[in-house]
Design a binder for this molecule. Structure first.
Ligand SMILES: *[C@@H]1O[C@H](CO)[C@@H](O)[C@H](O)[C@H]1NC(C)=O
Ligand SMILES: *[C@@H]1O[C@H](CO)[C@@H](O)[C@H](O)[C@H]1NC(C)=O
Ligand SMILES: *[C@@H]1O[C@H](CO)[C@@H](O)[C@H](O)[C@H]1NC(C)=O
Length: 186
């Protein structure tokens, strides 16, 4: 009799655990080591040069939406696939692409909302990305923007970048900007 009750109880438990997933079952607590969290967090400094050009034969970015007023860049939306190079000259070694967009986000100053992924294409960082989302007041000497995340080598990334304009052609709008990125990741 006791044996029968035990068998029945075991069957009930098996049935309960094999039950169809309920709507609340999409999340669970897990061990961080499966996603690389067993290592110590480290700080990586990356320095790259970002080259933007909306004109010429091979523009790296395109204007999606012209500004609302001629007196400011407010409302301008530009999509970019800009080369990131090791050194300042445009023809120096390409280490990745800055893909994303910048949009005029201020009515009374020249300030852009930057939304971009730095997608690295060389060395151990090939295939890894960091995501930058921030405010870029381009006439300021040093602009700081947050690194809000990353992928690959930069999973769980956070940090900031410092952007400094190194070259700007007022006629064409072409620009070269030095990005010093300080990234915490595992
Ligand atoms: C901006 O300037 C252009 C050319 O000078 C003009 O055709 C256009 O109407 C202006 N747009 C606005 C919104 O003032
Ligand atoms: C880059 O361009 C400069 C001038 O345009 C040239 O002197 C230099 O040799 C080029 N460097 C490479 C690596 O092509
Ligand atoms: C980067 O990774 C891509 C995709 O795996 C590969 O095709 C490419 O050759 C790699 N580039 C370098 C420079 O290692």
């Amino acid at each position: 009799m006791t044996k029968l009750i035990l068998i029945l109880a075991a069957q009930i438990i098996i049935l309960m655990t094999a039950a169809v997933a309920s709507p609340g079952d999409f999340a669970r607590t897990m061990d961080g080591k499966h996603v690389g969290l067993y290592k110590n967090e480290k700080l990586t400094h990356l320095r790259v040069y970002w080259h933007d050009s909306t004109t010429g034969r091979n523009p790296s970015s395109v204007i999606i939406q012209q500004p609302v007023f001629n007196s400011s860049v407010f409302g301008l939306i530009t999509m970019m696939d800009d080369a990131l190079t090791l050194d300042m000259p445009r023809n120096s070694t390409v280490v990745g692409q800055a893909q994303g967009m910048y949009a005029g986000a201020a009515q009374r100053e020249v300030s852009f909302l930057m939304v971009m992924n730095f997608a690295f294409t060389t060395g151990k960082y090939n295939g890894s990305t960091i995501t930058i989302l921030g405010r870029n007041t381009v006439t300021t000497k040093v602009r700081e923007m947050p690194v809000v995340g990353g992928s690959g080598m930069f999973r769980f990334a956070r940090g900031h970048v410092e952007a400094r304009t190194k070259f700007f052609d007022t006629k064409s709008g072409d620009a070269t900007v030095e990005y010093n990125c300080y990234v915490l990741h595992y």
